[in-house]
Design a protein around this ligand. Structure first.
Ligand SMILES: [Zn+2]
Length: 288
């Protein structure tokens, strides 16, 4: 097993100078000394981290026991997304004109469901999600979610969202570049991820989920990645939790984690934050 792991340089800056940051499940996350980016090293080889793993299927979901997926489409999550997005987008903005929106790693489709009442009625809301049972559930809720991979998406969009997917990406810069190729010239990427690299491991409130999670960025890394790709920041907001499970669900999840011997989620009392980033492609950057 260990023999199949590969040693890598920092996916953010390319330096090969890192110190241990956190450990879990026999894997080590290291922090790059020059830039502060956190990444699993050594990590599973790239061919073991296929696109499905990057955009949604956790290794724990590949087996027959799938606790999280059984919870299914969550209306409380739809309400939470709706509340967040309504507060983040002045109403006239999403209703002004039809928007083509692609949610990558859409899961059961709760974000798309939340957007339905917020966007112009002629908008096209789509999602891609590698986990087939989730796709089926989303479709039963009337949502246009497909199991296409990103490489099978040939259309362009006004907005592409990536909610809690970033940490699964072995090469975030390359993946964001792939998203950019599918954006309109003034299109936007909406990203939600934790600021793991801004905090110490002890301040990270949840299990690290190694090696499903391969990288942890800080706010400066997210800003830096978008800057390199020719985006300007429209909004950056920090939340203690962007999405907070209702208390009964949190209790149930922790009980399940204890039974399975996994690390439980602790209350977030430190500087860990969920980052909401909305970045717009600068129109003068040539496409492709
Ligand atoms: Zn680095």
């Amino acid at each position: 097993m260990i023999a199949t792991l590969e040693w890598i340089a920092c996916p953010y800056c390319g330096a090969d100078d890192a110190a241990p940051w956190g450990e879990e499940a026999g894997y080590t996350a290291v922090q790059c000394r020059p830039c502060g980016f956190v990444y699993v090293n050594p990590r599973p080889p790239l061919d073991a981290i296929d696109e499905a793993a990057q955009t949604g299927i956790h290794t724990t979901e590949r087996g027959t026991v799938n606790v999280v997926s059984r919870i299914g489409f969550r209306r409380d999550k739809v309400r939470m997304f709706r509340k967040r997005m309504a507060a983040l987008y002045p109403e006239h903005e999403l209703r002004a004109r039809p928007v083509r929106w692609l949610d990558v790693g859409a899961g059961f489709g709760e974000l798309l469901a939340a957007l339905e009442n917020l966007v112009h009625p002629a908008s096209r809301l789509e999602g891609i999600e590698p986990c087939l049972p989730k796709v089926e559930v989303a479709r039963r809720h009337g949502l246009y979610v497909s199991a296409r991979t990103l490489s099978e998406v040939h259309e362009t969009y006004d907005v592409i969202s990536l909610i809690n997917v970033f940490s699964h990406l072995p090469d975030p810069a390359a993946f964001l570049g792939e998203l950019t190729r599918r954006l309109e010239p003034d299109g936007e990427i909406v990203l939600v991820t934790g600021n793991g690299a801004d905090v110490r491991r002890e301040e990270y409130p949840d299990a690290l989920c190694l090696p499903d999670h391969l990288v942890f960025a800080g706010e400066r890394h997210v800003r830096g990645l978008f800057d390199r790709l020719g985006f300007e920041m429209v909004q950056v907001h920090r939340y203690r939790y962007f999405l907070l499970d209702p208390l009964p669900l949190r209790v149930v999840k922790n009980v399940v984690k204890r039974v399975l011997g996994r690390p439980v989620t602790r209350p977030n009392t430190g500087p860990f934050r969920s980052l909401f980033v909305r970045a717009r492609r600068k129109a003068h950057v040539p496409r492709r």
